[in-house]
Design a protein around this ligand. Sequence first.
Ligand code: NAD
Length: 302
Amino acid sequence: MARIAFIGLGNMGSGMAANLAKCGHDVHAFDVSEEALAKAEQSGCLRAESAEHAVSEAEAIITMLPAGKHVSEVYRNSVFGKAPTTAILIDCSTIDVGTAREIAAEAQAQNYPMVDAPVSGGIAAADAGTLTFMVGGVEEAFKRAELLLEIMGKAVIHAGGTGAGQAAKICNNMLLGASMVATCETFVLAQKLGLDPQTFFDIASQASGQNWSMTSYCPVPGVGPETPADRDYEGGFAAALMLKDLRLAMEAAESVNGYVPMGSHAEELYARFADRGGAAKDFSAIIKMIDDSWKMPEKGDT
Ligand code: NAD
């Protein structure tokens, strides 16, 4: 069994670290939040006093942090030069492609093998060990990381070289954001044209409009399989996180002169939705903003 340092035990990291501990690994956990640390201890992890303590004798280091700045800070201040160079470094956070490549280059310069391994799947998948990992890095590093990622996920896919995991993640989520908006406006229009939503679902899910946002994650309550729409859009994937990923996609597109009109429009719409109080709701709740029969307060209205 391996000695693993796990840094970042929030919504996603807590379940992921618990699954590694359940499998018999020694998981030395660290988070700046006392509450997160206490929860990790309860789920079988060992409490580390600091990130440096967690990584000092680690064979593998896994990070699950909010954004690029946290990832740079943790690797530069607490991992490089503090962890043995035999340790495999695995960053599972969703961050910008540029920072992922920069940190991996710094790791390589100091002889650490590193992969970026962002995930698809939310908190329930993290808890259940059914995440999908998209991994960027050289083959040898991928093979080492795969052994641990398999414990936390149902699929581990090698996307390509350094940064390719992050690139795959944001491209996938840009498609998801744009397709969700398209699905929402389509259902609103269908209803205005007098179609019954369930009947339209039955038709479109067997016709060329079929897509995941509709058939697996329908934004209309009571239509299709059970989704956050059936729970007043609670739980699921927060609109704020969709907005974060769309912003990362726009940043990446700009860096390569990519033309992304649909992604860019989806970003604008999610920004407006978050601004009007939708940030904590599931991202499919954007149908409420699109459906003008459901009036959302304008920013500043009481
Ligand atoms: P979260 O905010 O719940 O957890 C992040 C944790 O990192 C927090 O507990 C925080 O205290 C800790 N942290 C921050 N700075 C730290 C530092 N310097 N040292 C140690 N700990 C530190 O976020 P989350 O929902 O778990 O998401 C984590 C990552 O996974 C994000 O990049 C997010 O975009 C991505 N993601 C989230 C979901 C989801 O549904 N929540 C799905 C897919 C991907």
